[in-house]
Design a protein around this ligand. Structure first.
Ligand code: BES
Ligand code: ZN
Length: 912
């Protein structure tokens, strides 16, 4: 090992020069690039007073590192042994000692550190004693003398295992087309797992330059954050040296090793852009490559800053815990999020790839170039990336109407943020577990929603100007929410913190109630919306941008209000016919009309409303139905206005409510619900038929697939089921005979009605599928059967090693969502909890637990609570409380409506 240190230094000057060239075009813009000290001191922590130095005093944050020794450059050398599933490493870290000390504390976990030496300050070479604190994931280096203030170089030699938990430096396996198994290795460091691969200052505001060298088997290749500087074979080992990265956080470091294949580079300006796959999957790269290039181009223009890396590789990893990860220059993906067959993929599958690729590319600036100071500010990364993803995909394919589909995301945020156990978007974070729990719908979807609201309020051009200011001011550094407000405030000349702090630092969101007081006065009032009655009265309020559309005397006017008080009165023109609040639907609030106002909207015809407005109308009335403000019968009657609906998002919100009813209805009454679902869906399905019309757009094709699927399952329609079987036969004989968007519905229906023969067939297909999407489709179909014995086999397979752990927890959760399997799935979870806890990635386990919200009977709820309580299970942050509250809401609804529901449903039948 030690002889390689010398060799690495031979290249140091070359590396610096290469980096300097890369920085050059940015330098005039980004002064901090040439002043490495700036970013290191950009932190929320006051200087001097709180260096978090002496962790014996008791009043310091045990989860934060002391800051008296600060790294600025890591030279990393890693040598993975894929067969033995181990790695050895060498880290040479250039540090600045700012306060004399005899200890250095940094992060490390599940590593063995065999030597630690320091050279530099006060001359000579000092060996340290190394103590690892597994619980705190730290390592303490103690030196026999005090280290003087100044520059020093810390050399650490360490060993670790390539784990199977999809975090840190981990191993991923796959079978080639001949069925032979292969192993590769990849990294996933966010939030706090870089410390599992090399000892480091693993906090986002310890930014540094990383120069990586990988020593690998010559039959393999490696990819890291920067371009390849040299590539040679020495003593039977391939040595790949990568250029210096830009100054960045540890969680963005990545290295991937395996038998990988790459596309040819597409150039975006001077940036080569490539997609990497395991052998044989290159035919699935075209679509992802296209959106990658389009979104990179879009962002360079939007941000007004060139892409900050020296190349960009996008890699599909067979085992991957989340959807994708924004490692600078080496973005990693699960296969379904990057690879898709353009001919057999559905619209939803292609949209998913476009979204994820655009999202990760957006992070190259938001997140990578400018990073939140600490995990409480995660929304600055994720909300922005989610928002920018929409902008980029919308610009790329306007016909996809991406912002309309965003309603589904906003609704997902509404449903968690309507809980008493919700949290503000920005929320205190101490332990790593709580950092992990920040990756939720509030950070992503609520965050992106309030950004969209703000963008529409101050205007897209002004908003973009503010974003550009912010990125320029904090490039290569860290920032906090207030830094963003300052930049947006400068651009908009408006009081942004006053407007926005309520949305970011307060829990929940408002319900705006609308009533007409007399002929000429409208009253808008706000109160917090929650599904369950709040034990304490909340006096919360928000500054709410309210665009208002009023039609009176045949003319329509548009007004924009800011509802800042609890109530506001608006004068109306004479002869109001109808009016609509939250015009265009960008606001993060719900609206409740008094019944005469709602009646007038419906009488004027819902087709007068924009799709996003129809979406919000249905979503808001449903939410107030669940909370008990609107009678269930009113909601069911409202749905009758939507049989002519042809927007897939509006349908999604309707279908979601129908499946909620399916979870709370008594088994004996289910046929009445099935008949209701058929009555609502049949007109649309009959008109759409099974075959797309010539020239039909993607969105209608997708809608067809979704409606057929629900009609065949929830609607339990025998004719549809028979036709599905026939269509599936056609599809098997010749895939081009059936529109790809209908295929998922066929598979789902045949599983729903399927026997053991079908089960075995689908299981087999999941193993031999030609695309990641097809594999996923057949895998999840195994959760959709009805026969308990078949579902038992599916559950058993989630822990038997037959299923990837990236998928297994989601399959368990899908069985919990199947009303014919939920009890069994819950029993299975209880029995196998310890095993699952050991096998599944943390994130997957957390998401699996989300499945409990479907266990909507009083008995199951009790059992669920008792289990989590007695086992003292903590899913991080407020995650578990939120799941339990969602379950409480469903059970409350069930208890309240159970007896009336079948009667109401019956009365909605045609001819009733
Ligand atoms: N930074 C995240 C990846 C991540 C997620 C790391 C959770 C650690 C924990 C990445 O940018 C991301 O947001 N990925 C999403 C997909 C995206 C399109 C919403 C994901 O993985 O679900
Ligand atoms: Zn992200």
């Amino acid at each position: 090992m030690s002889e390689s240190v010398g060799r690495r230094y031979l290249f140091t000057t070359v590396a610096r020069r290469a980096r300097a060239l890369l920085v050059l075009p940015l330098a005039p813009l980004l002064l901090s690039a040439v002043h490495p000290a700036i970013a290191a001191t950009t932190t929320t922590r006051p200087k001097g007073k709180d260096m978090n130095i002496d962790d014996a005093s008791g009043n310091l944050d045990p989860y934060r590192l002391p800051r008296h020794v600060v790294p600025h450059r890591y030279d990393l050398r890693l040598e993975p042994d894929l067969r033995a599933a181990t790695f050895s490493g060498l880290a040479v870290i250039a540090v600045t000692v700012t306060h004399a000390t005899s200890t250095i504390i940094l992060n490390a976990v599940d590593l063995t550190i065999s030597s630690a030496t320091l050279e530099g300050t006060a001359g000579g070479r000092l060996d340290a004693t190394v103590e690892l604190d597994a619980a705190m994931q730290r390592c303490r280096l103690t030196f026999s003398r005090s280290l003087a203030v100044g520059e020093a170089q810390l050399t650490l030699v360490f060993q670790g295992t390539l784990n199977d938990h999809l975090r840190g430096f981990y191993r991923s396996t796959y079978k080639d087309q001949a069925g032979v198994s292969h192993t590769m290795a990849a990294t996933q460091f966010e939030a706090t797992d870089a410390r599992r691969a090399f000892p480091c200052w693993d906090e986002p505001d310890f930014k540094a330059v990383f120069a990586t060298t990988l020593v690998i088997d010559p039959s393999l290749t490696a990819v890291s954050n920067a371009s390849v500087l040299s590539d040679s074979v020495l003593s039977g080992k391939r040595i790949m040296r990568f250029a210096d990265s830009m100054k960045m956080s540890t969680y963005l470091v990545a290295f991937i090793v395996g038998q990988l294949e790459a596309t040819k580079a597409l150039y975006v300006g001077s940036t080569p852009l490539r997609l990497w796959t395991v052998p044989g999957k290159q035919p699935l790269t075209r679509f992802g490559h296209e959106i990658a290039a389009a979104s990179l181009t879009f962002f360079e223009e939007y941000y007004g800053i060139p892409y900050p890396g020296d190349k960009l590789d996008l890699l599909a990893i067979p085992d991957f815990a989340s959807g994708a990860m924004e490692n600078l220059g080496a973005i990693t993906f699960r296969e379904t999020a990057l690879l898709v067959d353009e001919h057999t993929g559905t619209h939803a599958e292609r949209e998913r790839v476009a979204d994820v690729v655009a999202h990760e590319n957006a992070h190259m600036w938001f997140g990578d170039l400018v990073t939140m100071s600490w995990w409480n500010g995660l929304w600055l990364n994720e909300a922005f990336a989610t928002f920018m993803e929409m902008l980029a995909v919308d610009a790329w394919k306007p016909e996809w109407k991406r912002w309309d589909a965003f309603g589904v995301s906003r609704a997902a945020a509404f449903s968690v943020d309507g809980l008493l156990s919700t949290r503000p978007i920005e929320y205190p974070v101490r332990a790593p577990k709580d950092a992990d729990a920040m990756f939720d719908v509030l950070t992503y979807e609520k965050g992106a929603s309030v950004l969209r609201m703000l963008e529409q309020h101050i205007g897209p051009a002004v908003f973009r100007e503010g974003v550009r200011h912010y990125l320029r001011a904090h490039a290569y550094g860290n920032a906090d929410t207030n830094d963003l407000w300052v930049a947006l405030g400068q651009a908009s000349k408006q009081a942004v913190p006053e407007l926005m702090n309520g949305w970011i630092f307060q829990s929940g969101y408002p319900l705006v109630t609308v009533r007409q007081d007399n002929e000429t006065e409208l009253v808008l009032s706000q109160q917090r919306f929650t599904y369950l009655a709040s034990p304490e009265s909340t006096e919360q309020s928000w500054q709410i941008p309210v665009p208002l559309r009023i039609t009176a005397g045949g003319t329509t006017e548009h007004r924009r209000l800011l509802l800042a008080d609890r109530e506001v009165r608006v004068s109306l023109p004479k002869g109001v016919q109808h009016l609509f609040v939250n015009e265009a639907g960008h606001g993060f609030y719900r609206v409740r009309y008094e019944s005469s106002l709602l009646q007038r909207i419906l009488e004027a015809g819902v087709d007068r409303l924009a799709p996003s407005e129809r979406f919000n109308l249905v979503s808001d009335v449903w939410a107030t139905t669940v909370s008990g403000l609107t009678p269930l019968s009113d909601y069911l009657r409202l749905t009758s206005h939507f049989t002519g609906e042809r927007d897939k998002n509006v349908w999604a919100v309707l279908l979601d409510a129908f499946s909620f009813l399916n979870r709370i209805i008594a088994a004996a009454d289910r046929p009445v619900l099935e008949a209701f679902v058929r009555a609502r869906l049949l007109p649309a399905v009959t008109e759409l038929t099974w075959q797309p019309k010539p020239g039909e757009d993607d969105l209608v094709r997708q809608l067809r697939g979704e409606l057929i699927g629900v009609l065949g399952k929830l609607g339990n329609d025998p004719a549809i089921q028979a036709q599905a079987a026939e269509q599936y036969r056609l599809y098997r004989a010749d895939p081009s005979r059936v529109d790809p968007n209908v295929v998922p519905a066929l598979v789902a229906i045949l599983a729903y009605t399927g026997d053991e023969v079908r089960y075995n067939e689908f299981f087999e297909r999941s193993r031999t599928a030609a695309t990641p999407q097809e594999e996923r489709r057949y895998l999840f179909a195994l959760a959709a059967f009805q026969a308990p014995a078949l579902l038992a086999r599916t559950l058993a397979r989630t822990v038997s090693g037959e299923m990837r752990t990236q998928d297994a927890p989601f399959v368990v959760s899908a069985v919990m969502g199947n009303v014919y399997g939920r009890e069994q799935a819950w029993e299975f979870v209880k029995t196998n909890w310890d095993l699952m806890d050991r096998l599944f990635p943390k994130q997957g386990l957390r998401r699996m637990c989300g499945g409990i919200v479907a266990l909507a009977t009083a008995e199951l709820e009790q059992d669920v609570r008792a289990f989590f309580l007695s086992r003292k299970i903590d899913l991080g942050g407020k995650t578990l409380d939120q799941y339990l509250e969602q379950l409480r809401i469903a059970v409350t609804f069930r208890e309240r409506e159970r007896d009336r529901l079948p009667i109401y449903l019956q009365s909605q039948q045609p001819g009733a």
